[in-house]
Design a protein around this ligand. Structure first.
Ligand SMILES: [Zn+2]
Ligand SMILES: [Zn+2]
Ligand SMILES: [Zn+2]
Length: 144
């Protein structure tokens, strides 16, 4: 059994693990959607719609969308429970710290220009300042 390697990261059924290894849709074997590691464009949409439906159901029944536990009455305006919210916040903070420690953009995780004194890469900084001031990112003009 060549695929029983414990180092194999995702826990998938064998045929799905093989598809994952060859970077094709784990449902049908078609080409992957560029933004997904598991599904083609078609199946990505299906899975996304399914997830959303499930989440809506859970929100309606007062359950946390992450762990399915019943939320407190005070938590009703959130989609997940207080402990899941805490975990999510911690995960975000940790990810940011890891990126900063590795010298990557804290926002998107891509590589920053060497020697950059900012925490964000150029495109993230351009985007954020553009959003705030309502201007387009500055492009360098040629002289003359
Ligand atoms: Zn597919
Ligand atoms: Zn929860
Ligand atoms: Zn970035």
């Amino acid at each position: 059994m060549p695929f029983q390697d414990p180092k194999q990261p995702p826990k998938l059924p064998l045929h799905r693990a093989i598809r994952y290894k060859y970077a094709v849709c784990t449902r049908c074997g078609e080409e992957l959607d560029p933004t997904s590691r598991y599904y083609c464009t078609y199946h990505k949409q299906i899975v996304l719609a399914q997830t959303k439906r499930n989440q809506k159901k859970r929100v309606k029944s007062g359950k946390c969308i992450t762990c399915c536990k019943l939320r407190d009455v005070t938590d009703r305006r959130y989609a997940d429970c207080s402990s899941c919210r805490k975990v999510a916040v911690q995960r975000k903070v940790k990810l940011r710290e890891q990126r900063i420690a590795a010298g990557l953009c804290a926002r998107c995780g891509c590589e920053k220009p060497v020697g950059s004194k900012y925490k964000w890469c150029n495109s993230c900084r351009a985007k954020s300042s553009g959003y705030r001031r309502g201007v387009k990112p500055v492009t360098t003009k040629q002289k003359g």
